[in-house]
Design a protein around this ligand. Structure first.
Ligand SMILES: [Zn+2]
Length: 233
């Protein structure tokens, strides 16, 4: 008998593997074997959280501009508020600016500069992105340390938050500038503290810091020049 990593159910069916971060983001290695995550979580709430992550503007933009294909080998089409991006082949991206947004595209002596507008990060969106980050964090804990760590009761509160059964307040930080040499990969590091499990995830060059237990307020670590502070309640 085993319990689902996310909802702790032992009675649901467990017929598939779970991708710690989405398969459509090119994840072929970071996979939880069959029996770890129940089908109800896998096909329901976790896939909704994956979609939220994929469509988070900086990540969507990084995937498009760097021609990172999805699991079918197709390039993502990205529709932002002021521009639509379509990748025709590697390094060939069509950018279609809405007529009112021509000023957002500025040719430079070498190349160009542009401004992309994503959906406004209101409280709900900030929170749902936090849940998708925590989903990755808890999955990585299981992947690296196994059930003894990942099923520890210290993570029960965050389990309920991930599946939408408990409301939490919390925060995370996203670095303003991308990390060019990490543009084609996803990597995570984590550190254990007494009441927090700090994660640094780099997803296609976008670096995000969060406490998997949502106990540290990251405002104290916020440097305005370097990163954006997000909080939700
Ligand atoms: Zn479950």
């Amino acid at each position: 008998m085993h319990n689902c990593l996310y909802c702790l159910s032992a009675n649901n069916s467990f017929s598939s593997v779970e991708h710690i971060y989405p398969e459509s983001m090119g994840n072929k290695d970071a996979i939880l074997e069959r029996g770890v995550v129940c089908d109800k979580c896998n096909n329901g709430v976790l896939s909704e959280l994956d979609n939220e992550l994929i469509n988070f503007m900086p990540i969507a933009l990084a995937r498009s501009l760097n021609s990172i294909p999805n699991k079918e080998g197709k390039y993502p089409a990205v529709k932002l508020a002021n521009v639509h991006l379509k990748t025709k082949r590697p390094r060939y991206v069509i950018m279609d600016f809405m007529s009112k947004s021509r000023k957002d595209f500025i040719p430079q002596e070498k190349g160009f500069k542009f401004t992309a507008h994503g959906n406004k990060m209101d409280n709900d969106r900030t929170k749902i992105l936090a849940r998708s980050l925590c989903k990755i964090g808890l999955g990585m804990l299981h992947f690296t340390h196994g059930a003894v760590v990942s099923l520890n009761s210290r993570y029960d509160k965050i389990r309920r938050f991930i599946v939408g059964e408990e409301n939490l307040s919390g925060s995370y930080l996203i670095r303003k500038s991308g990390i060019i040499e990490k543009i084609r990969e996803v990597e995570t590091f984590h550190w254990f503290f007494e009441k927090s499990t700090l994660f640094i995830c780099t997803i296609y060059g976008i670096r995000i810091a969060f406490d998997l237990e949502m106990n540290i307020n990251l405002r104290a670590y916020h440097n305005e020049n370097d990163c954006i502070y997000y909080e939700f309640n």
